[in-house]
Design a binder for this molecule. Sequence first.
Ligand SMILES: C[S@@+](CC[C@H](N)C(=O)[O-])C[C@H]1O[C@@H](n2cnc3c(N)ncnc32)[C@H](O)[C@@H]1O
Length: 864
Amino acid sequence: MSPQILDIHVDSPDDNGAAMRQEIRSGLQAMGQKTFPTMLLYDNRGLRIYDDITTKASEYYLFGAEEEILKTKADDIVRTMHASTGVSHGQVVLELGSGSLRKTSHILRSLANVAQPASSQTPPITYYALDLEQRELQRTLEGINHSDLGPMLEGKVSTRGMWGTYDDGLKYVQSGGLNVPAPQIPLDRTRFSRDFVSDERDRSPHSDSQSSAADDSPPSTPGETQPPLHILFLGSSLGNFPREDGAAFLRSLPLRPGAGDTLLLGLDHDNEKGVIEKAYNDSQGITRDFILNGLKAAGRVFGDEKLFEESNWEYVNRYDPKTRIHEAFLQCKADHQVKDPSDGSILASFVKHELVKMEQSVKFSDTDAYTLFSESGLRPVQRWTDSTGRYSLWLLERPTLTFPLLSSAISCNRQGLLVPKTLYSSSTFGVPSPQEWENLWALWDLVTRTMIPPSMLFQKPIDLRHICLFYLGHIPTFLDIHLTRLLKEQHTEPENFKDIFERGIDPNVDDPTQCHPHSEVPSDENDWPNLSSILGFQSRVRQRVLDLYKSFDTGARTLDRKTGRVLFMTYEHEALHVETLLYMLLQRAGTGTLPPLGFSPPDWPSLKDSWATALRPTSSTVKLGPAKLTLGHDDIESEDATATDAREHEYGWDNESPKRTVEVGEFRIEWRPVTNGEYYKFIKEKGGNLPASWVEQDGEVQVRTLFGPVSMDTAWEWPVIAMYDDLSRYAIVKGGRLPTETELRLFYDLFDSGYEGGSNVGFRNWHPTPATTGADSSGKGSNGGVWEWTSTVFDAEPGFQASLLYPGYSQDFFDGAHNVVLGGSYATIPRIAGRRSVRNWYQRNYPYAWVGGRVAYDVQNCSI
Ligand SMILES: C[S@@+](CC[C@H](N)C(=O)[O-])C[C@H]1O[C@@H](n2cnc3c(N)ncnc32)[C@H](O)[C@@H]1O
C-alpha cells in the first residue's frame, strides 16, 4: 500500500508559483545583496543531489555526525522525549524537512521499541514526514516501509507524509489538523490547581484569586485537543534561516507550555573555518552541482529551465568566523540580463564577478545556542554531541516559564508564552516591566502552587524559618507595605496582614533566640489567615502593581526615581524569596515537596553519561592578578528625591553602592568549584559532617534535588553545596583557601559566561550541573549553578548608606558572622545573577543556602 500523503498547502499550486516568482524577482532586484530563495535547492533533483552529498562527500561532516548520535543515542533520545508524558496513545512525531529519512530510521526504530502494540486499528504513534516534494515523500516513505524497519513499525508507528512548506505544516497543526477528541484527564489531587487553591481549613465559599490579575489560560476548542507532539528538525536545517528569523521560527512552533511536547533540533557548531568551507565545497563537486541545480529550479518557476543559463555561473563559498555564518553563492562569469518570459521585461541584470546568494548556513557557538533557546522560550532538556565535538542534537521543551535574555525585548507571560515587553527603562537593571512581573508571578505560583502540597503548608521544611504559608503572605504584604508608603494610600485589605507577614525571621544559627526584629506570627495553626484569603490578597496587590504601571501610561502619575526603586526592590525581593523558599523545600524533596510542574523530569542516567564525556580543563587552576578592578556601582538612594533619570537609572541594593576601586595581587584559583565527588572523598578520608545538600538513605549517601535525591554517582561532578566553615576547611587541607570577594569577582569577570552565555542560572535547570569553565580556549563557562563563598566578611564598605526604604536590609547583617557570596544559583533569576554589583551573604555555618566554593592559592604556596 502506498503511503498516505496529506497535501497541506495553504495556497493553491498556482498561487505558490506566483509567490515564488515574486520572491525570485524581489531577490534579484534587491538594491544590496542579490539572492535566490534557498527553497529552490530542494526540488526532486536537488533532494537526490543532497542525498549524494550526505552519502558520498566525506567532507560534509554534518550528516555523519548527526547520524552517529542517532545511531548510538536514539533510545536515550526517545526515552528523554517521553520523560513528562510517557508514550501516550495518539501522539504525533512530526519531522520538518524530512529529506532522505535515513537518519530518521534510527528514531523510528527506537519509537517502535517503546510503543505498546495497538489494541485498536490505529498504532499509538503517528510519524509525519513533511517536505516540499510529493514524489520524494512517496519514495522515501515507501523505502522505510519496504526496509527491515517496516515490519517493526507495524501496529506501533504509522508513517505518513505531509506535502507542503514548514509554514503550511505549522498552520496545519495550529488550525487543529492533528486534533483528536480530548481525553478526560484526571486532576492531580496532590497539587494545587494553578488558579485556585483550597485546603481542609479553607472554608471560604469563593476566592478573589479569580480577579483580573489571576490566571487567564487561553481557551481551548471544546472536546478537541492537539495530541502530544514531538517535532524533529534535523540536518542543521535551522541554519538556513537568518539568525534572528531562526528564533522567531522556533517561537512559532506549536509546542504547548508545560505539556511535554518536545523539539529535537540539530545544530552545527562554529567549527574551524577550513573544516566548514570544505564541508560545503567537496572535492567531487557534488555541492557545486547542488547549488547550480537551483538555477534550473528558478527557471522552471518561470516556465523555462534554461532561463538562468548554467554556463554563466560558478559556485563560490565562504565562512565568516566572526558572524559564524557560511554562505554559498553563485558568481556571475559575464555581464548579462535575464528577461521574464511572460512579458519580456528585464527580470534581472548581472555583472561579471557579481555574487548572488543561494544559501546560508548559520553556525552556533554555545552562547549562540543558548541565546536562540532563551529567545524562543525553549529549554534544553538535554544535549548530545558527536564524538568529534562538531555537532549537537538538542532536545528542547517549552516549559511553563522561561527567562528570555536580559537584553531581550520579549518576556514570558503567565501562560509560558513569549510576549513583547513594554519597557519603562533603558537600563538592563532598571525598572522591571509589567511583563517581567507577570513572569515572576508565574514562577512564584509555580513554586507555591505546584511544589508545596497542602499537607506541607503548615510545616517548616527547615527549622530557623517559618511555615510555608508565611511566605505566601509575606511576599504580597511586603509589596503592599511599600506601595502604600509610596502612594500614601490605604493598605490593601485585610490590613492586619501587615502585622503578621511584614518581616520573616533569620535567626542566628548558633543562638536561635537572637533574631532581628520580625513580625509576630500565630503560634496556633488555626489562628493563621486561611489560604484563599491570602491568595485573594495576593491577587489584589498584584493588580495594584499593574494599575501603577497603567497610571504611568495615562500620565496620571510620573515614574520618578523613588517609584522605580520601590518597583525594583519589591521585584527582586520576591525573586530572592523564590530561591530561599526553594532551598527550604529541597530539604523535603522526595518526602513532601513535589517537582516543578511543566518541566520534564531529568533522565538522570543519560545526563550522567553525557556529563561523563564533557571536556575538562587541561590544568586545574589558572593564575590571575595583579589587577585593579572596580566593584559595585553608583546608585545613591538619597539622591532619589532630586534625580530625574528614573527611566535610565540602574538600581541595586544598598550594599552595592558606591562604586570603589580595589587592587588584587597575584593568585591562583581553581577553574571549577569543589565537586560533590571531591568533597565525598575528602569526608571519607578526613571525616566531617554530611552537608545539608546530601542525605543518607538506606546506608547510601545521596544528593538532594527538587526531583528527589539522586545517587552520588549522578551528582559526582556537580559543585557541592555546603557551608562556609566546611568548604574553608576543605580548602585549607588542600593547601589553599577560599578566594576573597575581589579575587572571585576577577575570576567571574574573565570566565563566567553568565545567563546570556549559557550559565546554569535563571531556572534553565532545577538542579546543579557540572561546571564547564576552563574547558575551551576562552576558559569561559558556568560554575554549575551555585552561589560561591568568599572569605570576605560582609560589612559596610566605605561610603555605604543604609537603604531609606529598607534600612535593615544589609546593616542588620554587619555582625561579623556573615560572609559575602557572589554569582547566583540555578534558582536565581538572570537579573540578579547577571548584575555584576550584586553581593549576597550568608552566615558562615548556615547549611541550607545554595552556595559552593572554589579553592584559591597564594602564588608562593601553589605547587599546582
Ligand atoms: C538540509 S536538508 C535536511 C534533510 C534531512 N532532515 C536530513 O537531516 O538529512 C533540508 C530539508 O528541508 C526541506 N525544506 C527546505 N525548505 C523547506 C521549507 N520551507 N518547507 C519544507 N521543507 C523544506 C528540504 O526539501 C530538505 O529535505
